[in-house]
Ligand binder design. Structure first.
Ligand SMILES: Cc1cc2nc3c(=O)[nH]c(=O)nc-3n(C[C@H](O)[C@H](O)[C@H](O)COP(=O)(O)OP(=O)(O)OC[C@H]3O[C@@H](n4cnc5c(N)ncnc54)[C@H](O)[C@@H]3O)c2cc1C
Length: 415
C-alpha cells in the first residue's frame, strides 16, 4: 500500500496523537492517524482528568525513598512492584534514582514548569477553538490533608510552590468544607490551586476531536498496529497489521508502547517504562464534588465527571504484559469513603487499569529528527501537557521559532 499522498503518519491515537493530528490537519498538513485499537482508548480515556499544572516536581523525589519499603510491602498501598518484573525494571529504576540528585531534579523541575505553566491556557484556547468548552473546566483543584503530622509539610509545599509562581491558597477546615461540603470534617486543611482545571468527560473530548479531525479532512485507520518501521530512500516503510505502508514523515505517539518503534526510527534506546495506574468509576456519584480533590496522605485523587466520580491513582510497576489486578482499583473506594461525610454509592462501579508512559527522567520526548517527529513519555501529565506538546510539534513541523525552549525534551539526552 503506497500512502505518500499523506504528509504525515501519526502512530498512536491517544490524547497526544489526537491533539497533534487536529492541530496539524487544521494548518493544512495531510495527516493519517494509525491506531492499534480504537482512538483514545488507552491511558487517555481512563486518567483522572486533572489539568495538573501545579505538579511541577518529578513524582519520584529523594524524600520519598525512606517511605518506599513500607509502601511496597503494603499490598493496598499507593506503590506496588511485581517482583518478577524487577530485573526488567532495574535499568530504568536506576536512572530514576540518579535523577533524584539535586542537579537533575532541579533541571527536570524547571522543564516540567515550562510545560505546565502554559498548559491550562493552551487547553482553554484549544477548547474554544474546537467546541470542547462544555468539558474543559478551569475551576481549580484541592490538595487535602487529614493527618496532623501533615500540616507542616503541606504548609511548606504551598510556600515552596507560591515562591516559584504556582499560586495556591491555604484553606482552614472551615473554608475547605465550605468549598466542598461533601468532605468529612476529618479533612484538616487544604491547598487550593486556582490555575488548574479538569476535564469532565474524557470520552466526549476524544469523540469530538475525532469528529473534528475527520471534518478537517484527516484520515483514521483503527485496528492498525505498526509492527515495524524502517527508513529507505523513498520514505519510511511501516509494516502494520493492515499491510505495508510508506510514509513521507512519521510522528510517534504510541504512549507507553513507543520504546521499540523509537529505537527503530531513531536508533536511540529511550528509558521508557510504564507506571500502571488504576481508577474506579462510580456512575451514581457525579454530583458529589465540584472540583478534583487529591489527598496528600492517601495519595489518590477524586475527580467529578459527567459519567460519575472517578477515584484514581496508584503506581504499579509490572510492565505492559501482566494482567490488571483490579483489586487495586477497589482499594480506591476504601481510600475515598473516609474522606466523605456520607456513604458512596458504588453500584455499577467500573474498575480500569492503564499504562502511564514514563521516562526515567519524568520528562516527555518531544522532538524532530529529520523525517521523524516524537511525542511520547508524558508520564503522569499527558493530559495536562497534550495541547502544549501539540503546539511544540507544530513548531517543529513548520520550522517556527519555539515558544518553549525545546532542549530539555529532546531525544539526544538519552544518547
Ligand atoms: C490512573 C491514571 C491517572 C492519570 N491521571 C492524569 C491526570 O489527571 N492528568 C494528566 O495530565 N495525566 C494523567 N495521567 C497520565 C495520562 O493519562 C497519560 O500521560 C496520557 O494519557 C498519555 O497519552 P498518550 O496519547 O501518550 O498515550 P495513550 O493514551 O496510551 O495512547 C497511545 C495510543 O497508541 C496506541 N498504540 C500503541 N502502540 C501502537 C502501535 N504499535 N501502532 C499503532 N498504535 C499504537 C495505543 O493503542 C493508544 O491508543 C493518568 C494516567 C493514569 C494511568
Amino acid at each position: 500500500m503506497t500512502t505518500l499522498d499523506f504528509d504525515l503518519h501519526i502512530i498512536g491515537g491517544g490524547i497526544i496523537g489526537l491533539t497533534t493530528a487536529v492541530k496539524l490537519q487544521a494548518r493544512g498538513v495531510k495527516v493519517t492517524l494509525l491506531e492499534a485499537n480504537e482512538i483514545g482508548q488507552g491511558a487517555s480515556c481512563g486518567n483522572a482528568g486533572h489539568i495538573a499544572t501545579e505538579q511541577v516536581f518529578p513524582i519520584a523525589d529523594a524524600s520519598m525513598l525512606r517511605h518506599i519499603p513500607a509502601m511496597l510491602f503494603n499490598p493496598a498501598g499507593p506503590l506496588r512492584l511485581d517482583w518478577r518484573y524487577l530485573p526488567r525494571l532495574m535499568p530504568w529504576a536506576m536512572q530514576l534514582l540518579l535523577n533524584m540528585r539535586a542537579e537533575p531534579f532541579e533541571r527536570i523541575h524547571q522543564a516540567l514548569s515550562s510545560l505546565n505553566q502554559n498548559s491550562l491556557q493552551a487547553w482553554q484556547d484549544f477548547a474554544n477553538q474546537w467546541q470542547l468548552k462544555d468539558w474543559v473546566k478551569g475551576q481549580g483543584s484541592l490538595l487535602t490533608i487529614e493527618n496532623p503530622n501533615s500540616v507542616n509539610p503541606l504548609i511548606a509545599h504551598g510556600k515552596r510552590l507560591n515562591d516559584i509562581g504556582v499560586t495556591n491558597e491555604w484553606l482552614t477546615k472551615e473554608a475547605l468544607l465550605e468549598r466542598e461540603p461533601a468532605l468529612q470534617d476529618n479533612q484538616l486543611n487544604a491547598l487550593f490551586f486556582p490555575d488548574t482545571g479538569h476535564i469532565t468527560n474524557l470520552t466526549a473530548v476524544i469523540n469530538q476531536l475525532t469528529v473534528t479531525f475527520r471534518q478537517l479532512g484527516g484520515h483514521i485507520v483503527e485496528h492498525c498496529r505498526v509492527l515495524d518501521a524502517t527508513h529507505s530512500v523513498d520514505g519510511i516503510h511501516l509494516k502494520t497489521s493492515q499491510g505495508a505502508m510508506i510514509a513521507s514523515k512519521v510522528m510517534l505517539s504510541a504512549g507507553a508502547h513507543s520504546k521499540m518503534l523509537a529505537k527503530q526510527l531513531t536508533g536511540i534506546n529511550v528509558p521508557l517504562d510504564t507506571e500502571r495506574g488504576y481508577h474506579l468509576m462510580l456512575p451514581h456519584e457525579s454530583a458529589r464534588l465540584q472540583i478534583p480533590v487529591s489527598s496528600m496522605d492517601r495519595r489518590f485523587i477524586m475527580t467529578p465527571m459527567q459519567e460519575g466520580l472517578r477515584l484514581a491513582g496508584t503506581v504499579e510497576y509490572a510492565g505492559l504484559e501482566a494482567p490488571a489486578n483490579m483489586e487495586r482499583a477497589q482499594v480506591l473506594l476504601s481510600l475515598a469513603q473516609p474522606m466523605l461525610n456520607s456513604p458512596l454509592n458504588a453500584t455499577d462501579s467500573k474498575p480500569w487499569m492503564g499504562f502511564r508512559p514514563s521516562t526515567a527522567d519524568s520528562l516527555p520526548v518531544i522532538d524532530k529528527i529529520e523525517r521523524v517527529l516524537l511525542s511520547f513519555g508524558h508520564q503522569h501529565l499527558g493530559l495536562t501537557q497534550a495541547v502544549v506538546s501539540a503546539q511544540m510539534i507544530a513548531e517543529y513541523y513548520f520550522d517556527e521559532e519555539h515558544t518553549i525552549d525545546p532542549k530539555p525534551y529532546q531525544l539526544a539526552r538519552f544518547k
